[in-house]
Design a protein around this ligand. Structure first.
Ligand code: 6PG
Length: 247
């Protein structure tokens, strides 16, 4: 696996803009290469500003009719709930774009977790035409980093960190809402490109552990991200990168 590419921005606002620029570039490249772009979106708060920029300032930089939206994880709440990743994405981006319903592949947080995970896995298999043992290859998987070192909804100590067969699993995490759905490491690691968006001093220790700490994915789940044949980009602001060794 090639070394991760670190891009350190002056502040969070610059990070949000750069993330939108990178996403627009990746989208254009994918549409030129294979006629569409499949993006697996991150939840949390960090990407919200980037989503808004994509639907406003960068609106004309993306061929939106060719974009297929998926989610890397979802909280097991209704799609209009304040804690829903879909609700955040819809509010900041999707609702501002004239998308067809078949472009938005929502994880159904309102359904029983285990059956919802299985349903999303089936949806991925069908959409990507997968045989048993195959994994979807997203053009872009966007990820955040929790200050407890989690990414997507792969939290420290969770067996899902070591999942090798399933595409999507239901988990119970040490954060509210506790019940969540998440894509698994083989899905993340089959991506063409993974882009982390991490901002703020509160993430500096987590960034240091993931990028320079001892290898221990059970303690530092985001270390599991290592695409065999894909690029990893870390978009960091100076505060989140402040504990890294000089490069
Ligand atoms: C979620 C996200 C999660 C998030 C990190 C960072 O559902 O919350 O998928 O992995 O990216 O917790 O969250 P912030 O961006 O809010 O710091």
């Amino acid at each position: 696996m090639p070394q991760p590419k670190l891009i350190i921005l002056n502040d969070a606002q610059e990070l949000y803009v750069r993330a939108a620029e990178e996403t627009a570039h990746i989208t254009g490249e994918a549409v030129c290469t294979h006629g569409e772009v499949t993006i697996c979106l991150s939840g949390g708060s960090t990407p919200a500003a980037t989503y808004d920029l994509l639907a406003t300032r960068f609106r004309l930089s993306v061929d939106w009719k060719e974009v297929q939206f998926f989610w890397g994880d979802e909280r097991c709440v209704p799609p209009d709930h304040a804690e829903s990743n879909y609700a955040m994405t819809n509010r900041t981006m999707l609702s501002k774009l004239a998308l067809r319903p078949d472009q938005v592949h929502r994880m159904r947080g309102e359904d029983p977790p285990a059956s919802s995970a299985a349903a999303y896995e089936d949806q991925l298999r069908k959409r990507f035409g997968l045989d048993d043992g195959e994994f979807p290859r997203f053009d872009l998987v966007m990820l955040g980093l929790g200050d407890n070192r989690h990414t997507a909804s792969l939290f420290p100590g969770d067996p899902a960190i070591h999942e090798t067969q399933r595409l999507v699993v239901a988990v119970e995490v040490d954060a509210e809402p506790r019940k969540r759905l998440t894509i698994t490491p083989p899905v993340i690691n089959n991506a063409q490109r993974v882009m982390f968006l991490v901002a703020g001093q509160s993430k500096a220790a987590a960034v240091k552990d993931i990028l320079e700490g001892p290898r221990d994915p059970d303690k530092f789940p985001a270390q599991i991200v290592a695409p065999q044949d894909g690029e990893v980009i870390w978009l960091l602001d100076k505060a989140a990168a402040s504990l890294l060794s000089p490069r």
